[in-house]
Design a protein around this ligand. Structure first.
Ligand SMILES: Cc1cc2nc3c(=O)[nH]c(=O)nc-3n(C[C@H](O)[C@H](O)[C@H](O)COP(=O)(O)OP(=O)(O)OC[C@H]3O[C@@H](n4cnc5c(N)ncnc54)[C@H](O)[C@@H]3O)c2cc1C
Length: 635
């Protein structure tokens, strides 16, 4: 239970199926590009067998944001943020962003997931679409979990409401609560109630509105982070049917020259390289290629494979194989800004800085922020917000005309569909804002305000044929006026919660009491405050093709027979939730689909022609985890 475990030795790596180039087969049934949250779930599920488990390995969370295990993406300068750039960390490691995230375990609302089902099959005529509605996704999300209730000691400090039946049991991801709680958080739900946001008694069961202490991805047997690697890969002894090749960047999917009988191109191989200077290598695909590179990695691989918008590929000198204008489009994110107060009360930050025995204990080190709330428009406007809604609806045509970074009529139609859904169906009852209390800094507390259903959409795109050049990220933050208004109202609501905390909260230090008018708040939000909540999505949206969709209800890329995207890129619109739980749901569902209904690549399609005669099904997750084979702490 120290802060750092010993590096894995060679035998441990072998046990997990981690291999070197020389052990690579010439082809595999399934090739998974990206060993992140979703990629490892799929790799593990496709190769699972009833072998006994090793004890879980790991140490408590230390942030890897900003380290070598972070892709360290940055956005383009954002005109509506006074040309500021925003950092977009992403896990560059086995486990992906599940190895660096803040561990909040939060599900979307029933209403949102049912809307997803409806948008992919507008006439309600697709059994495939029903997989993405609440009822089925709830089961998929629970499948990944093993829930443990908070300890009595914790409950004696903070009255945490939960309903164990809304969680899974026996699944790989450990879902629990920190071993300790901080006294200040005891007043979270009562302060929210005083500000007009009621307590939510049964979080994570399809209703999201209200305040609660959320479970986290914590393993309560040793108080460590639970993430896709520790949950789905590390516990299993060697699987002869799983190879994981770390430190390999997938550069493209090698597609067939001709289409198959159904008129689709098919993946013959996946090409990868150690770095920009190293020779390109390929591994053959016998059944399916699964892109699980995340909301930035997956669209990038597609574009370098010749699948994407013509006006992006041609200027980048990538030949167009399948023109699919939605790749990289519909990029959405949650923006956030925090109000900070001094506090005379003890925070987790104060305890941490004390360096006491308790501060060094694994129990204390398990503490992570977990007090959150979701608020709807009435809470933000102290009324139904009808006038604001009418303004948004009236701006629909203008927004479609001027704010979509694509000339494609399909992408514009998709923007309109998401816009109308957000402005009508989601407006009154679905959460518009998340509030998150932070008590991990000494002497101060903060509450973040984070908009959940942005009207601004941007895009991620390539601008060269070199796959080692970074992807260009332009979320077009605040390009739609409503997002700034929602944030401003959110900050006002957060301040009301702060007032309700009474003497627990002292002087406001940011933005500070002098920032009061709408204009002052907007200036603060634009010039310094607003940043990301780290939830990009939509870049390979599951939408009908005439709405700029990239994948269908089976996660298959339009125009390709055996390439699926299965990660956080496929959500067509933002949910009012952190995205890990829903992404686990996607990966669990994808694993089922890949087992039940796989493509068989025509025999002439093998890249090298020397397919080994294997009776076992082999999978490979090609992961960019740059130090997995070296002295990497098992975070
Ligand atoms: C700082 C931070 C905090 C967050 N906090 C929370 C939270 O508290 N709760 C929550 O629910 N969600 C949170 N999230 C979001 C959540 O972690 C992600 O939505 C989720 O991990 C997405 O899963 P994924 O499989 O789509 O992508 P990832 O988990 O990012 O996995 C993608 C993987 O693909 C690899 N990859 C990409 N391109 C290539 C390539 N060309 N070749 C090979 N490999 C490639 C990456 O290195 C990575 O390993 C947070 C995210 C971040 C970054």
């Amino acid at each position: 239970k120290g802060s750092c475990a010993a590096a894995p030795d060679f035998h441990e790596l072998v046990a997990r199926g981690i291999i070197s180039d020389s052990e690579l087969q010439s082809s595999y049934d399934y090739v998974i590009a990206g060993g992140g949250l979703a990629g490892l779930v799929i790799a593990s599920r496709l190769t699972e067998d009833p072998q006994p488990l090793h004890p879980p390995a790991g140490t408590y969370y230390t942030s890897i944001v900003g380290t070598d295990y972070d892709w360290k993406h940055v956005t383009e300068p954002q005109p509506d943020l006074n040309n500021r750039v925003v950092g977009w960390p992403r896990g560059k490691i086995l486990g992906g962003s599940s190895a660096m995230n803040a561990m909040y375990l939060v599900r979307p609302a029933r209403e949102e997931m049912d809307a997803w089902q409806e948008i992919i099959a507008p006439n309600g005529d697709s059994a495939a679409a029903a997989r993405w509605g609440w009822d089925n996704m709830f089961e998929n999300m629970k499948k990944s979990e093993n829930f443990t209730a908070p300890t009595q000691e914790v409950l004696s400090v903070v009255d945490i409401k939960f309903d164990a039946s809304t969680h899974g049991s026996g699944g790989p991801m450990q879902i629990s609560y920190p071993a300790i709680q901080i006294n200040i958080q005891a007043n979270w739900t009562s302060s929210l109630a005083a500000a007009g946001v009621a307590e939510l008694p049964n979080p994570n069961g399809g209703v999201t509105l209200g305040g609660f202490i959320t479970p986290s991805s914590i393993n309560p047997t040793n108080w460590t982070r639970s993430y896709s690697r520790s949950a789905y890969i590390d516990p299993h002894i060697a699987r002869s049917n799983l190879h994981i090749l770390p430190e390999a960047t997938v550069v493209r999917v090698v597609l067939s020259d001709d289409t198959d009988r159904s008129g689709n191109y098919y993946a013959q191989a996946v090409e990868f390289a150690r770095d920009a200077e190293s020779p390109r290598q390929t591994v053959g695909v016998r059944r399916e290629a699964v892109l699980a590179g995340g909301a930035l990695g997956s669209p990038k691989i597609l574009m370098h494979s010749g699948v994407g918008p013509r006006d992006v590929l041609e200027p980048s000198s990538v030949s167009v194989k399948v023109e699919l204008p939605g790749v990289g489009q519909h990029l959405q994110d949650h923006m956030t800004a925090g109000v900070v107060w001094e506090t005379p009360f003890e925070t987790a930050g104060n305890i941490h800085d004390s360096n006491s025995d308790f501060a060094r204990s694994a129990e204390f080190m398990s503490f992570i922020n977990d007090a959150i709330a979701f608020a709807n428009i009435s809470a933000l406007f102290n009324g139904p917000g009808t006038e604001f809604q009418q303004e948004i609806i009236a701006a629909t045509d203008d927004s479609v005309q001027n704010l979509v970074p694509s000339t494609s009529s399909e992408v514009r139609a998709g923007y309109r569909a998401i816009y109308e859904l957000t402005a009508n169906r989601f407006f009154p009852d679905v959460a518009q804002l998340e509030m998150l209390m932070s008590v991990i800094s000494p002497g101060v507390v903060s509450i973040q305000s984070a908009i959940q259903h942005p009207y601004s959409q941007g895009r991620a795109y390539i601008n060269s044929s070199n796959p080692f050049d970074p992807i260009v990220i332009d979320p077009q933050y605040y390009s739609h006026f409503a997002d700034l208004v929602l944030m401003r109202q959110g900050v006002k609501l957060v301040r009301q919660v702060g007032i309700a905390f009474g003497e627990t909260f002292g002087t406001e230090t940011s933005p500070g009491p002098e920032v009061q008018t709408d204009e002052q708040l907007d200036e603060w939000l634009v010039n310094s405050a607003a940043s990301t909540q780290f939830h990009p999505t939509g870049s390979c949206a599951m939408l009908p093709q005439n709405l700029g969709g990239v994948v269908d209800a089976n996660l298959r890329v339009y125009g390709l027979a055996n390439v699926r995207v299965a990660d956080s890129a496929v959500f067509p619109f933002e949910f009012a939730a952190h995205l890990a739980s829903a992404t686990f749901g996607v990966a669990e569902q994808a694993s089922e689909l890949l087992r039940q209904d796989f493509y068989t690549v025509p025999s002439s399609g093998a890249s090298s022609g020397k397919i080994p005669a294997l009776s076992l099904s082999f999978s490979i997750a090609i992961a960019f985890g740059i130090a997995v084979l070296t002295a990497l702490p098992l975070i």
